[in-house]
Design a protein around this ligand. Structure first.
Ligand SMILES: C[S@@+](CC[C@H](N)C(=O)[O-])C[C@H]1O[C@@H](n2cnc3c(N)ncnc32)[C@H](O)[C@@H]1O
Length: 236
């Protein structure tokens, strides 16, 4: 059964998150993993002129790329977060839009060289709906790169997640977890011609690793639509 997203309720959840994580002293930074100084950097995006981060949260990576001359835009569901980051990073050249990612991409006519997400909207959105929309907004040869924690063994497909604390008003969202081979399969079905998903170990043995996925958009015309999403990790 598909996950029953309630976007108004998820917006409230992410607004609460924005209030707790926003750091007015933060500096621009760019990292795919949970660990400072660990893993690859922006080179996974190639040498883009124009990029879009989906679920950009604190906007640190958008500001980092904008500071290096890239036309960088971030889209995020939370009006609280977008309000804070638009003010925080004003003057860097970074641009921020408050929107739900599927709606934003469905209406968008711009094309970019790279779309990326770091524990962001790709984690929280049905890839069967999201990937074809991203492919349609990438130029041929453009890339999608995203990172998030790998699936917990045996727990595949949409995973319900309550807001931290397990007390108070019931606020929840969904996040999507699959095995690396299934992520690759989902990208290939959505119009990407190359797809690589790998799990990068944490710096300390036994700590939570990072899933990093990269797809290259093929030369043909991308047709936005829905590709069926396996409800449980599929045959991978
Ligand atoms: C864990 S945070 C991202 C962290 C981010 N990389 C950073 O450095 O702050 C996830 C973000 O995704 C956004 N998000 C979740 N679902 C979304 C959706 N459907 N459309 C757009 N943004 C979404 C949330 O508002 C939140 O700011």
């Amino acid at each position: 059964m598909p996950a029953l997203h309630d976007i108004a309720a998820e917006t409230e959840l992410w607004d609460t998150y924005a209030t707790s994580v926003f750091d007015p002293q933060a500096e621009p930074s760019f990292r795919w993993t949970q660990y400072e100084g660990h893993g690859p950097g922006p080179e996974l995006l190639g040498d883009p002129e124009r990029v879009l981060e989906v679920g950009c949260g604190t906007g640190r990576a958008v500001a980092y790329l904008a500071g290096r001359g890239v036309k960088a835009k971030g889209v995020d569901l939370s009006p609280v977060m977008v309000g804070k980051v638009s003010e925080k990073w004003a003057g860097t050249g970074a641009e921020f839009v408050c929107a739900e990612v599927l709606e934003y991409l469905g209406d968008c006519t711009e094309t970019c060289d790279a779309v990326y997400s770091m524990f962001g909207a790709v984690w929280f959105t049905d890839p069967g709906r999201l990937f074809p929309l991203i492919a349609a907004r990438l130029r041929p040869g453009g890339v999608l790169v995203f990172s998030q924690p790998p699936a917990i063994p045996g727990a595949y497909g949409p995973q319900g997640m309550y807001k931290g604390g397990f007390a108070g008003r019931a606020m929840y969202t969904y996040r999507y977890s699959y095995r690396p081979r299934v992520w690759e399969h989902l990208l290939l079905r959505a119009g990407f011609t190359e797809a690589e998903a790998r799990v990068l170990d944490a710096p300390e043995p036994g700590h939570i690793p990072t899933l990093i996925v990269r797809g290259v958009r093929g030369p043909g015309a991308a047709t936005p639509g829905r590709t069926p999403t396996p409800p449980t990790g599929g045959p991978g």
